[in-house]
Design a protein around this ligand. Structure first.
Ligand code: HEC
Ligand code: HEC
Ligand code: HEC
Ligand code: HEC
Length: 468
C-alpha cells in the first residue's frame, strides 16, 4: 500500500513529495472507462435545496470520531473537514482585517462577508429560496458546496441499494470524475464566467491564484481513501490524466473569460489577470525583454503578453499524451498570441483553441497509458524548461506542480531511480519559486537539469495488477 503522502506546501507555490514505496502497490494505469455523462451542473447552479452541513455531521453519519472498519467510506469526513480543511474556514477569512480592507479599497457597499462577489467563492452561496432550514452561510465551502445540494440524495444515498450512479442521478456532484472535478475546483480556484478574482481585487490585496488539479487534490486534507474498494465503486484517475485534464479545462475557461464581453473587459482595457503580471509589473531599468520560444517569433517588445503558464502546460500535455495533436495546439497558441498582438482575429483564434482543449479532454480520458508515456511526459516538462518555456514565473509555478504530479505517478511504476534525491531536487525547484519578484529563470533551469537525472529508464510497459 502507499502510505500517506508527505506534503510540502508553502504559501503561493506547492508541490508534493513522493512517497517511498514499500512494495509496488496500486499501479493505477487507467484502462476501462465509463461513458461520459453530459456536463453536470455545478453545486452552486443546482436547483435542488441545500440541506446544511449539520445534516452530514451526525456521529452516525460522516461525523464519526474514528473511521469505521466495516464501511466503504471513512465516516469521519466532517471531523477532517471542520478541523483541518481550509474550506471550512473560507467564510471566516472574510471577517478578517485583510478582507475588510479589500472590500473597503474596492468601494463595496457591504463588508466582505456580506458581499456576493466574495461569498460566491468563500461559501456555498446559493439563493435564499434554495437554502434549507439548517443551511448556514458561515459554514464556508461545505460538503454540499462540492458534493452538490442533498435534497434529492440525502435519504437515498444510505439505502441498501444505493450506488454511485444512482446518487449521481439524484444530484450528487461527480467529484470522482476528473473533468467535472476540474470544473468544480476551477470555478473558485481560477474563476469562470460567473465568478472571478479580478485584477482590481488583486490590486486591493487578494492573493494571486495558482491552481493545479492533481496537486491541490493531494494537498487538501484527505477525507477519502483510494483503495480497492474505492476502485470497485468509482473510476480511479491517475495523476497524469488528472493533471492533463485540469490543464485543458483551465485553458478552455480562460478562453471563455477572454471572449466574455463582461468578464473579459474592464473599462477601456481587457481584464488584466489574463495577462502576464510581470509584463507590466517590473522596474523599467531592468530592460529585460528578450524573444521567447513560447510566444513564437513575431511577438515584439513592449506588448502586454497573455499569461500563458497554462497554455504552455497544455502544449506539454498534448505533446506527451497525444503527440499527433502537439504541433497543432502549439501553432494555435502562437496564432492566439499573434492575434492579441494585432495580427489576426482574437475571437476566431480563442474559439479554435477552446475547441482543441475541450476535444483533448475526451482524448486524454480514453487514452491508454503506458510507462513510456508517463516517463516522456515527465521528461517533456523538464526539457521545455531547458528550452526556455518557463521564463515567466506563472509557467514555472505550473511546471513544478506538474512535475510533482507526474513524478508521483511515475514513482508508482518504479520509474524514479532515487526517490530521496528526487524529493530533494523538487524542494530546490520549489525554493527557486520563493518570490515571484526575484524569480531567476536561469537558476530554475539549472535545478531542472539536476532533477532530470532522477528518471530511471524503465520498460515500456509493466503489467499493471488490477487494483480490485
Ligand atoms: C473566484 C473565486 C474567489 C472570489 C470571487 C474571491 N475569492 Fe478570496 N480566495 C479564493 C481562493 C480560491 C483563495 C485561496 C487561494 C489559494 O490559497 O490558492 C482565496 C483567498 C483569499 C484570502 C487569503 C486567505 C488566507 O488564507 O490568507 C482572502 C483574505 C480573500 N480570499 C478574500 C476575498 C475577498 C474579500 C473577496 C471579495 C472581494 C474574495 N476573496 C473573492 C477565491 C475567491
Ligand atoms: C473542496 C471540495 C470538497 C468538500 C468541501 C468536501 N468534499 Fe468530500 N470529496 C471531495 C473529493 C474531491 C472527493 C474524492 C473524489 C470522490 O470520490 O468523489 C471526495 C470524497 C468524499 C467521499 C467519498 C469517499 C469514498 O470512498 O467514496 C465522501 C463520503 C465525502 N467526500 C464526504 C464529504 C463530507 C461529509 C464533507 C463535508 C464534511 C465533504 N465531503 C466535503 C471534495 C470535497
Ligand atoms: C466554492 C468555492 C471553492 C471550491 C468549489 C473549491 N475551493 Fe478550494 N478553496 C476555496 C477557498 C475560498 C480557499 C481559501 C480558504 C482559506 O484560505 O481560508 C480554498 C483553499 C483550498 C486549498 C488550500 C490552499 C492553501 O493555500 O493551503 C486547497 C488545497 C484547495 N482549496 C483545493 C480544492 C480542490 C481540490 C477543490 C475541488 C475538489 C476545491 N478546492 C474546490 C474555495 C473553493
Ligand atoms: C497591462 C498591465 C498589467 C498587467 C498585465 C497586470 N497589472 Fe497589476 N497593475 C497594473 C496597473 C496599471 C496597476 C495600478 C498601479 C497604480 O495604481 O499605481 C496595477 C496594480 C496592481 C497591484 C497593486 C499594486 C499597488 O501598489 O497597490 C497589484 C497587487 C497587482 N497589480 C497585481 C497584478 C497581478 C497579480 C497581475 C497578474 C495576474 C497583474 N497585476 C497584471 C497593470 C498591470
Amino acid at each position: 500500500m502507499i502510505s500517506q503522502f508527505m506534503i510540502y506546501s508553502r504559501f503561493r507555490h506547492r508541490a508534493y513529495l513522493l512517497t517511498m514505496l514499500t512494495s509496488i502497490g496500486l499501479l493505477m494505469l487507467s484502462t476501462t472507462l465509463q461513458a461520459e455523462p453530459p456536463a453536470p451542473v455545478l453545486p452552486y447552479q443546482s436547483l435542488h435545496e441545500t440541506q446544511g452541513t449539520v445534516t452530514c455531521a451526525s456521529s452516525l453519519c460522516h461525523g464519526a470520531i474514528k473511521t469505521w472498519k466495516e464501511s466503504n467510506v471513512l465516516q469521519n469526513e466532517y471531523i477532517t473537514w471542520s478541523r483541518t480543511d481550509k474550506h471550512a474556514k473560507a467564510y471566516n477569512k472574510l471577517l478578517n482585517a485583510k478582507s475588510q480592507q479589500i472590500a473597503k479599497k474596492l468601494g463595496l457597499k457591504q463588508p466582505a462577508h456580506e458581499a456576493k462577489i466574495c461569498l460566491d467563492c468563500h461559501a456555498h452561496n446559493v439563493p435564499e429560496d434554495r437554502r434549507g432550514d439548517r443551511f448556514k452561510l458561515a459554514d464556508g465551502v461545505t460538503c454540499e458546496g462540492c458534493h452538490g445540494p442533498a435534497e434529492k440524495w440525502l435519504v437515498t444515498h444510505i439505502e441498501r441499494d444505493a450506488s454511485h450512479a444512482k446518487n449521481k442521478s439524484a444530484g450528487l456532484y461527480p467529484t470522482s470524475d476528473a473533468a467535472p472535478r476540474a470544473k468544480l475546483c476551477l470555478s473558485c480556484h481560477f474563476g469562470n464566467k460567473d465568478k472571478l478574482v479580478t485584477h482590481r481585487m488583486m490590486a486591493a490585496g487578494h492573493p494571486r491564484m495558482s491552481f493545479e488539479l492533481d496537486t491541490f487534490t493531494e494537498i487538501a486534507p484527505k477525507h477519502f481513501v483510494v483503495d480497492k474498494d474505492y476502485a470497485a465503486r468509482k473510476q480511479v484517475w491517475d495523476e497524469l490524466k488528472t493533471w492533463a485534464i485540469g490543464q485543458a479545462l483551465v485553458v478552455s475557461e480562460t478562453m471563455d473569460i477572454l471572449l466574455d464581453e463582461k468578464r473579459g473587459r474592464d473599462g477601456l482595457f481587457p481584464e488584466l489577470i489574463l495577462f502576464d503580471c510581470h509584463a507590466c509589473h517590473h522596474p523599467m531599468s531592468e530592460n529585460r525583454w528578450k524573444p521567447k520560444n513560447a510566444f513564437g517569433a513575431s511577438i515584439s517588445p513592449g506588448l502586454v503578453r497573455l499569461n500563458d503558464g497554462n497554455l504552455i502546460m497544455l502544449r506539454a500535455v498534448a505533446f506527451a499524451i497525444e503527440p499527433a495533436q502537439g504541433e497543432a495546439i502549439a501553432e494555435q497558441i502562437r496564432k492566439l498570441h499573434r492575434a492579441i498582438a494585432g495580427d489576426g482575429d482574437v475571437q476566431t483564434e480563442a474559439l479554435a483553441l477552446k475547441k482543441m482543449a475541450n476535444d483533448l479532454v475526451t482524448v486524454i480520458a480514453h487514452k491508454p497509458l503506458n510507462t513510456a508515456t508517463i516517463r516522456s511526459a515527465a521528461l517533456r516538462l523538464i526539457d521545455d524548461g531547458l528550452d526556455g518555456y518557463y521564463d515567466d514565473y506563472a509557467a514555472a509555478e505550473q511546471a513544478v506542480m506538474a512535475i510533482s504530479s507526474v513524478g508521483s505517478f511515475l514513482n508508482k511504476q518504479s520509474g524514479i531511480r532515487n526517490v530521496a534525491a528526487f524529493n530533494q531536487n523538487l524542494r530546490k525547484l520549489n525554493d527557486a519559486l520563493a518570490s515571484d519578484e526575484r524569480y531567476k529563470p536561469a537558476e530554475f533551469a539549472a535545478r531542472l537539469r539536476e532533477l532530470r537525472t532522477s528518471f530511471a529508464t524503465i520498460p515500456a510497459s509493466i503489467s499493471a495488477p488490477d487494483p480490485k
